[in-house]
Design a protein around this ligand. Structure first.
Ligand SMILES: [Zn+2]
Length: 94
């Protein structure tokens, strides 16, 4: 690990292993904190609003759009601007 303040000159490929860990989890059980009200709940407890190209998951407490998923001809788009944090379970933890 580098000293605080040092900057890495590597691109995102260097974090490939970490990114695979982060994005290979069951998101439905991931504790997700709403940016609107600060409540944390599993992503499965958000309210689904299906749209033609994907889904919008809204906070049941404050109606904030927390997760937006869209499918286009260019791929899947994930917008997590409505979430302060999404916690993926560590696969190394029993
Ligand atoms: Zn909320």
């Amino acid at each position: 690990m580098s000293a605080e303040g040092e900057r890495s000159t590597l691109d995102g490929n260097a974090a490939g292993g970490l990114l695979r860990e982060v994005f290979a989890f069951d998101a439905t059980v991931a504790p997700t904190t709403c940016v609107g009200c600060g409540r944390t709940r599993p992503m499965a407890e958000l309210m689904l609003y299906a749209i033609e190209l994907g889904a919008i998951l809204r906070c049941p407490s404050c109606d904030q759009p927390v997760v937006r998923i869209g499918r286009t001809s260019r791929g899947l788009w994930l917008d997590l601007r409505g979430a302060t944090t999404v916690v993926a379970a560590d696969p190394a933890t029993p």
